[in-house]
Design a protein around this ligand. Sequence first.
Ligand SMILES: [Zn+2]
Length: 465
Amino acid sequence: MATLLVRNPTLIVTMDDHRREIADGGLFIRDGFIEQVGQAAELPDQADEILDLSGHLLLPGLINTHHHFYQTLTRAVPAAQDVNLFNWLKTLYPIWAGLTPDDIYTSTQTALAELALSGCTAASDHLYIFPNGSRLDDEIQAGLDIGVRLQAARGSMSLGESQGGLPPDRVVESEDFILADSQRLIETYHDPHPGAMTQVVLAPCSPFSVTADLMRQSAIMARRYGVHLHTHLAETADEEQFCLDMFGHRPVAYMDSLDWVGDDVWFAHSVHVKQGEIQFYAQTGCGVAHCPTSNMRLASGIAPVLDMLQAGVKVGLGVDGSASNDGSHLLEEVRQAMLVARVRAGLLGASRSGDQAPPLMTARQALEIATRGSAAVLGRSDIGSLESGKCADFFAVNLNKLGFAGGLHDPVATLVFCAPVQADYTVVGGKFIVKEGQMVTVDAPLLVEKHNRAARRLLANASTH
Ligand SMILES: [Zn+2]
């Protein structure tokens, strides 16, 4: 029985059902789960380990609902810097075709370390390209080694260019193999229990890279095993046109026709959705991974997140892949979500004034999306808030920083409004991943060196083919 006592934080943001923020409080943790959250006087004063967080703000770990870790190897590729989604993909597919199992491992470590340093304690990754013997297993192993909870989404592409899809034929897989491998991964790695470090998700990539039949078969398998379903949806106007031309449906109606709606489904993006489609998400329980930076980077548009929240749609936050963000700073993404929602409110409200003006997203709403919201989207009731019985997943930030000076009357808002900082402590299941601002579970400088070597090789090989 290992216990950890966290004491003296300036403020605890619990994100519990009452959204309590506790001054002079602490956490008492036993075997990776929170046993008590409350006033310091109510907590035990002894534990196997004591963490003194004087001067720190303590929050539930942030949860990332959409990423492509391998893309850390292709950040800011010149030909993909200033183009929209379809041209961006066509530029990058041939480079990604050179990925190896070791690249998957290394890039997963890099992305998860970067996420952990930004306060993230659980992440979903969507890996949909498996060249040269790469497997989802390579990513899962790296996730376990870093110690951040992983919702590993077994992505897939089966609709190559010759069949009317977007990806080149050489990067797609056969549907029989995709389904057999999905089953193997669920049976090998999926842990349905509270406190799971690894869960498996089935995630055909997008309407323009898989067939309707693979979508249907994946949904049948996911429901047989009780795992979640994930895909990209309604990201761009190009995709909407593709769906209308190819399937005779808008993206959301296409998903409905495939039995791809429900509490166990979440969609990345959902930028191009109409009011009726938002209502449909709310009625059917579909969740959304909001990826504001990526949507700006690829000029995809602005997702109507406040409308979704108002309708009762589950919304979580995602940084998206590092070739379209190009960073994995989840706290920065919280700020981006708040700011871009305000841009949208400004555009909508240009013709209105006073009481008629649309509401502005608050800092606390943005933080809620990245914690409680993301946990709901992933279908995990064991994370997302600091409450008795939940996983001991949290991060803490030292408030004594130049960039926060002058904002300590409201440290929670200051954390979101001011320039994004790194976490000083990130803890997953009671284990330190980041301590005093440094990664504990990987040698970061060595990882950077290895990662840069792999990225150089990938780009050099692609330019000679
Ligand atoms: Zn994506």
